[in-house]
Design a protein around this ligand. Structure first.
Ligand code: GMT
Length: 386
């Protein structure tokens, strides 16, 4: 099949999922066109049938806000026309689902004239496009309309599929395809040399990887660490960047743990996760928690809340600890208790890796492949041209 995948290129789960899917589909001999305003951060392989197309954003002086969605829509039209793309697969509904629908409308007359079927539309909903941003008045109606125009809808958790039904009226149409992890890249490495670079010998390494937005509750991460730090020598490693990162530093200073903070910025997460003892993800609602899955694949237990789709990934008390939301719990005490009990921690490390193995890349790419092929099979361009 010939598929265009449109996504955000920045650090964040939706771009990572889209890019890894693009690479995996190209490795299966599909022709894949990735479309975004910048090269996605994980798009680091060269394959003859995997191409990246940049959306150039107009900067005419009249525009206070350059209309990215129009530029994206025009790029989709070009790529569909020039490359014979059969399916546009949008990752994160805003604005990708609406841009894809507009592109199909524009292409429709020409498709009819040439007796070709319309380009098919698939959209993977990722999280805040449904739970937060998509519900804002300034986005809701068009997002809902565009979601309903998709031929295939997927979400990374049953929880997000249900949220979409409840708030966007999709009526059971959203197919659950969990996020996946490359188990060969994300794997335990107890001798990881990075450990010596980030923490003195004998210190525990507590890690959080995110885009530091309010939904991640970064203050909870720092507070939990400060409690744990009173019980044992440890460092808190923060990977990624985002608007709430300065809050982490301020709070760490206030709580007297600034010297134990390691702010690493945007980094390849694998070596840092391999050097970690515990991963903290206390998000308010996480549709899935790809960062948690990648930590688990490296044998790192996850500590967070029983909220959103995280319980579909982490088994409470087995591969991590999930606290009940809204109850008076102290994450720091739970973390310290776990790390103080070496045999329990070791068991949890093994269970975390075993759980991650349920989300291996291959079978999950199979599910996407089936969904995408299914949506174009009825009247594929191959059939018409053949
Ligand atoms: O919804 C977002 O905040 C964007 C997105 C991203 O780009 O980081 O994150 C979501 O998509 C990931 C991949 O499917 C999920 O693993 C994350 O849990 C999800 N984030 C939230 O739901 C907050």
């Amino acid at each position: 099949m010939r598929v265009a995948i449109t996504c955000y290129p920045t650090y964040g789960g939706s771009g990572a999922v889209a890019t890894e899917l693009a690479i995996a589909l190209a490795r299966r001999s599909h022709e894949v066109h990735v479309i975004s305003y910048d090269q996605p951060f994980r798009l680091d392989v060269m394959l003859p049938n995997l191409k990246f197309h940049t959306v150039t954003v107009g900067d005419y002086p009249l525009f206070r806000y350059p209309p990215y969605t129009l530029n994206l829509c025009n790029k989709l039209i070009d790529v569909v026309e020039e490359q014979g793309v059969e399916i546009i697969h949008s990752h994160y509904a805003i604005p990708h689902a609406a841009a894809a629908w507009q592109a199909r409308e524009v292409l429709r007359d020409e498709a009819r004239r040439r007796r070709l079927p319309d380009v098919r539309l698939a959209c993977t909903l990722h999280g805040t496009d449904i739970t937060l941003v998509g519900r804002e008045r300034g986005f809701y109606e068009l997002t809902r309309f565009a979601i309903h125009r998709q031929d295939v809808l997927t979400a990374p958790s049953a929880w997000l599929a249900k949220e979409t039904d409840e708030h966007f009226g999709t009526n059971g149409r959203v197919q659950v395809i969990h996020n996946a992890v490359d188990l060969d890249r994300f794997k335990p490495d107890p001798a990881q040399p990075w450990r010596g670079c980030i923490a003195p010998h004998g210190y525990k390494v507590i890690t959080h990887v995110s885009n530091f937005r309010p939904v991640k509750r970064i203050e909870e991460v720092v507070r939990a660490f400060a409690v744990l730090r009173q019980r044992m020598p440890a460092v808190l490693v923060l990977v990624g960047d985002g608007p709430d990162l300065p809050k982490a530093e301020d709070l760490a200073r206030e709580l007297g743990v600034r010297d134990d903070l390691r702010l690493l910025g945007q980094q390849k997460p694998e070596p840092i996760l391999q050097a970690s003892d515990l991963f903290l993800l206390p998000s308010r609602s996480e549709s899935f928690g790809l960062a948690a899955l990648e930590a688990m694949a490296c044998g790192v237990p996850v500590l967070g809340y029983h909220a959103g789709g995280l319980p579909e990934v982490v088994e409470d008390g087995i591969s991590g600890i999930l606290c009940p939301e809204g109850k008076d719990v102290c994450l720091g005490t739970l973390a310290a208790d776990l790390l103080a009990d070496e045999s329990r921690h070791q068991r949890m490390r093994l269970a975390a890796r075993a759980r991650a193995e349920c989300f291996a890349l291959g079978p999950i790419v199979d599910q996407y492949e089936r969904a995408l092929l299914g949506c174009q099979s009825a009247d594929s361009r191959f059939v018409h041209q053949g």
